[in-house]
Design a protein around this ligand. Structure first.
Ligand code: U2F
Length: 460
């Protein structure tokens, strides 16, 4: 990579689940804030077309990164293997190669802003700003995972973990983790076993080794003041130059028009305020078929209108006649995709049933909507715990207590109509106001984002 007259920031995506759109939001915001810099968004060929759609800042370019899967094999390769092949290729020089491609023609890459999952960016020879898209306290847990697992006894005493988990033990001796239980940790339990578990453990091991040692800064999807002081202090201590710049989807310059091809917003228009339950479990998690049917029956039993974003491959699992009945009395809308952030800002939405992915938590909070969290894997249990116990704007179910129709109906009704719902909505709205403040002219995220752009532009 030759000499460069001006900053060239490569924003490197992890091209699975919803990680890449979150990185694209950061790339667009950096490109808008630093018009004299070149910003290259680096992702795999199969993902780039959808990111190129719509107007983009003139200085934002798109660069291909090898998928690691041989030509034509993509569709036939199981998801876990695609992740594995992709990471192997990126570790083995694929990322370096993409950065060279980005720099061909004289503008060498001066800095990498990369998804933290792409921690091989630490080895490419230019400063690396890691972008963490998940719940920030899960990153803290990954960084101390070796000590944690030894202490709670995974090695040779797995029963101790299960016991601690079932007692609900809190992690009081770990800075920043004291309000979470052993069972909330991202690497505890069997809920995502098999090949994915193996691949993700390797990935997080590398993250834990590289981030503290090699990252120039770590951008987190949070705003200053979101976490209590002990957690903020622990994040600041564990992460080099920790910059809360989020929620990423609200960064200036990010706003692409929401895809509302299924008419969700029009369907919500005209419904009474806070009357609708919105249901979505993100881009990866799926309820087991039994629980899916229980959830559907529970929603029906509340009698409240619902909007449900559910991947189409699960529609056939719904109870017989479920959608016909909802259509007949116009009480429910089932879609394969909803413009979630806009849906959650719609005044008609009064409750959010979610997997508590970190994007969902921030969007629920930014919309001022109380949440029912049903975590599945990764950071989701920690996120759910924080929603219920740190911020008190929702309820969390433990992932080993399956949904039943009765539980769902009672919980949704209490959020939409009950005293508890009123209190949680008030808390959600306080948080919503904090999010707005964070992006004001003197707001914490505005300030940190300015620092980030200065840092990126300082490297030539
Ligand atoms: C993984 O999370 P997910 O991709 O499942 O979930 P979120 O972090 O909640 O992000 C999902 C995004 O997809 C959008 C939604 C979120 O921004 O607005 N979306 C939508 O607009 N419409 C839909 O119908 C469905 C989704 C992981 F599973 C989590 O545990 C992590 O916290 C997360 C970190 O990036 O990645």
């Amino acid at each position: 990579m030759g000499g460069s007259p001006h900053p060239h920031v490569a924003v490197v995506a992890f091209p699975f689940s919803s990680h890449a759109p979150k990185l694209l939001a950061v790339a667009r915001a950096v490109a808008s804030a630093a018009p004299s810099a070149t910003v290259s968004f680096v992702s795999t060929a199969d993902t780039l077309p959808r990111f190129k759609a719509g107007a983009a800042p003139a200085n934002l370019r798109f660069v291909e990164l090898a998928s690691g899967v041989g030509d034509g094999d993509l569709a036939g390769t199981p998801p876990w293997r695609r992740v594995e092949l992709f990471l192997e290729a990126a570790e083995a020089g694929g990322l370096k190669q993409a950065l060279e491609t980005a720099g061909a023609g004289g503008t060498r890459v001066t800095c990498v802003v990369g998804d933290t999952f792409m921690s091989m960016a630490a080895e490419v020879g230019v400063p690396w700003v890691a972008v963490w898209t998940g719940g920030p306290t899960a990153l803290l847990a990954h960084i101390v995972s070796d000590t944690l697992l030894q202490d709670i006894g995974e090695h040779g005493a797995y029963a101790a973990v299960a016991e601690a988990a079932s007692r609900g033990d809190e992690l009081v001796t770990y800075p920043g983790l004291g309000r979470y239980r052993v069972r909330d940790l991202p690497f505890i339990g069997t809920r995502h076993g098999g090949e994915f578990r193996r691949i993700m453990s390797q990935l997080f091991r590398r993250v834990a080794q590289r981030v503290p040692r090699a990252a120039t800064a770590v951008a987190i999807n949070a705003f200053p003041g979101l976490f209590p002081p002990d957690i903020s202090a622990a994040l600041a201590k564990a992460l080099p130059n920790c910059l809360p710049i989020g929620p990423y989807f609200l960064l200036p310059g990010t706003c692409a028009a929401a895809d509302d091809s299924h008419g969700c917003l029009a369907w919500l228009d005209g419904r009474p305020a806070c009357s609708v339950a919105y249901v979505c479990f993100g881009t990866v998690a799926s309820l087991p078929p039994d629980e899916l049917r229980e959830l559907a029956s529970g929603l029906e039993a509340t009698g409240a209108p619902f909007l449900w974003s559910l991947r189409e491959d699960s529609w056939s699992l719904l109870p017989p006649g479920f959608m016909d009945r909802a259509k007949a009395n116009n009480s429910g809308l089932l879609v394969p995709w909803a413009p979630q952030a806009a849906v959650l800002r719609h005044p008609a939405v009064g409750a959010f049933v979610t997997h508590s992915g970190w994007g969902a938590v921030l969007e629920g909070m930014s919309g001022g909507v109380p949440m029912l969290c049903r975590p599945f894997f990764g950071d989701q249990a920690m996120n759910a715990r924080a929603v219920e116990h740190l911020w008190c704007f929702g309820k969390a179910f433990d992932d080993d207590k399956p949904f039943t129709s009765g539980i769902v109906a009672e919980a949704v009704k209490s959020l939409l109509d009950g005293e508890e719902g009123i209190q949680m909505r008030a808390r959600a709205r306080e948080l919503q106001a904090k999010v707005v403040d964070a992006f004001g002219p003197d707001g914490g995220s505005t300030d940190n984002f300015r620092k980030l752009v200065e840092l990126l532009c300082a490297h030539e």
